[in-house]
Unconditional design. Structure first.
Lengths: 248, 202
């Protein structure tokens, strides 16, 4: 059990993080690299470039004006001419089932973004990234941005998934040198099992900001691992997924 | 009205009238959404302070807060991430009770709620007075779980739930509005779910 001191832990995030209003996005590409999910490539008209870690809202409107909207982290780097979203298909998900089952290239979607100034990487600060499952999406944007800047050295990554087949961007993450933690199957010499502090210690360096993204249970476990290792709570930024798959 | 999205019909039409626009009923779940590691706060180390533009800055310990008149909220809560939860039951003390003791001055118009973690959120004073806001330590008759802000959180159920600061420890009365944590990060200063005030500019 950890006592967080009575001090300012949460700051304002990245100053002047870009914010965009409602836009039309034309669907440029639809892929399904892994099961129960969809990768959408969107041409956002009159786009405001994002910072890695920010998200977009997608709003769907029925003929009678009924709307449903959800937030999705951006996977693409700011330099990418398209916005890439990677959406987990939830069986009872009103928006994710539409995006996964119905959307085709050429469709127009109503989107809003970029949004968020807290779970954002500035491209300069050393960072430790811990993701569970679809929590990898904002980190893929950070890794791509770092590569574009020639600063891949700034980022250390550990990702956890039940199996490799269920992990979005698995190859790209392995190419980036991410620690791959699988809880239901072995990976290389690593047996199946949860992420441990012993695995994280070599990735941690003072001065890093730690970013944790995943389900509520993953985020809680991973952030408490970090706190237990002595990482100051002030240096840990957490993004938890709700049942909608929506961050923040 | 925006152009309809091709092939989107939506889940239901017989929407519960308790559901603000753009929200869905999360049912029995209660999602956890926080930006920082969950702090472990022992009740005996927790206290609530009302300060700033008040005549009598006051701090209550856990026991002292429990000696105040108990007050309950029964009703719905709404999160900006689009879930709503019906028929919740919270208990604690009305913010009115705390303010009666601390006595806001005539120039107090806004409140900044601060948590043990440093999380902050800003509220107009008239949105936390008149039986609209509580400091709560009970949910459904049991101690408030830590992941939901236990031992004690703010409860302002008529606004989006990020205004109901978890692990609340201070209410500071202010003359002018200042943005809190999410408000500095793109979210709305008031956050009325019935007007869909999700982001700055809504």
């Amino acid at each position: 059990m950890t006592e967080v001191p009575d001090s300012e832990v949460l700051g304002p995030g990245v100053a002047d993080a870009p914010t965009g209003g409602w836009r039309t996005a034309t669907v440029s590409g639809v892929r399904r690299p892994i099961q129960r999910s969809v990768e959408l490539r969107l041409d956002v008209h009159d786009r405001v470039d994002h910072l890695p870690g920010q998200h977009y809202v997608v709003r769907l409107t029925a003929e009678d004006g009924y709307t449903a909207q959800r937030s999705y982290s951006v996977a693409s780097a700011p330099g990418d001419p398209l916005i890439e979203l990677f959406v987990e298909r939830l069986d009872d998900g009103e928006v994710s089932t539409y995006l996964s089952d119905v959307v085709e290239p050429g469709d127009d979607l109503e989107v809003r973004g970029p949004i968020g100034g807290w779970f954002v990487w500035d491209g300069e600060t050393p960072a430790l990234l811990l993701a569970g499952g679809f929590g990898v999406v904002p980190f893929v944007a950070m890794l791509r941005h770092a590569r574009a800047l020639g600063r891949s050295d700034l980022l250390r990554v550990a990702v956890s998934s039940r199996t490799l087949a269920e992990l979005p961007y698995a190859e790209e993450l392995m190419d980036a040198g991410a620690l791959i933690v699988l809880t239901r199957e072995g990976h290389g010499i690593r047996p199946a099992g949860r992420l441990t502090a012993a695995e994280l210690v070599p990735l941690w360096e003072p001065g890093q900001t730690a970013y944790v993204c995943g389900s509520a249970s993953f985020a809680e476990a991973a952030s408490q691992l970090l706190v237990g290792m002595g990482v100051p709570a002030a240096d840990i930024r957490v993004e938890r997924f709700g049942p909608s798959g929506a961050p923040t | 009205m925006p152009t309809p999205t091709r092939g989107f019909f939506g889940r239901r039409r017989d929407r519960d009238p308790r559901l603000p626009p753009g929200q869905y009923d999360v049912g029995g779940d209660w999602p956890v959404l926080t930006a920082e590691p969950t702090p472990r706060i022992a009740p005996e180390t927790w206290s609530i302070t009302v300060d700033g533009r008040v005549e009598a800055p006051t701090t209550w310990t856990w026991d002292e807060a429990h000696d105040l008149a108990r007050s309950e909220y029964r009703g719905d809560i709404h999160c900006v991430t689009t879930w709503s939860k019906f028929d919740t039951r919270f208990a604690g003390v009305s913010v009115d009770t705390l303010l009666e003791a601390a006595r806001p001055t005539a120039e107090a118009h806004f409140v900044m709620a601060t948590s043990k973690t440093g999380y902050t959120t800003n509220l107009p004073l008239e949105h936390v007075t008149g039986g609209k806001a509580w400091v709560v330590w009970e949910f459904d008759g049991r101690p408030l779980p830590i992941e939901h802000g236990g031992p004690v959180r703010l409860l302002v159920p008529h606004l989006y739930f990020w205004k109901s600061a978890k692990w609340v420890s201070k209410l500071t009365l202010m003359t002018r509005d200042q943005p809190g944590f999410w408000e500095q990060n793109g979210y709305h200063d008031l956050g009325d779910p019935w007007r869909q005030q999700r982001y700055q500019g809504d």
